[in-house]
Design a protein. Structure first.
Length: 96
């Protein structure tokens, strides 16, 4: 099946040391990410760190036309979150 077919689309998640520094694998961070739809956790995993291939990203299969919250922890323990609105197309999310 092609991406975007059916009721789900992929959400690819990568984390980087700072905004704008997304071109090199050395700029990537390994962070733990939990994904929520409303109050319900629907998945989780870790992003690829700096020694992994740039094409290697954490991927979730999410329902179209929903909003998700990604909660993640930076290496220093700082907790962050970002809301992501998903429509009909695959989504790429960059965390900082």
């Amino acid at each position: 099946r092609r991406a975007g077919a059916g009721n789900h689309v992929p959400m690819r998640v990568s984390a980087f040391k700072r905004e704008g520094a997304t071109a090199h694998s050395g700029d990537r961070l390994r962070v733990v990410v939990d994904i929520f739809r409303g109050a319900d956790q629907v998945g989780g995993g870790s992003t690829a760190g700096e020694t992994r291939d740039m094409n290697d990203a954490l991927e979730f299969l999410v329902e179209k036309n929903n909003e998700y919250t990604l909660k993640y922890w930076l290496p220093d323990g700082t907790a962050k979150s970002v809301n992501v609105a998903v429509k009909d197309l695959p989504v790429e999310v960059k965390l900082y």
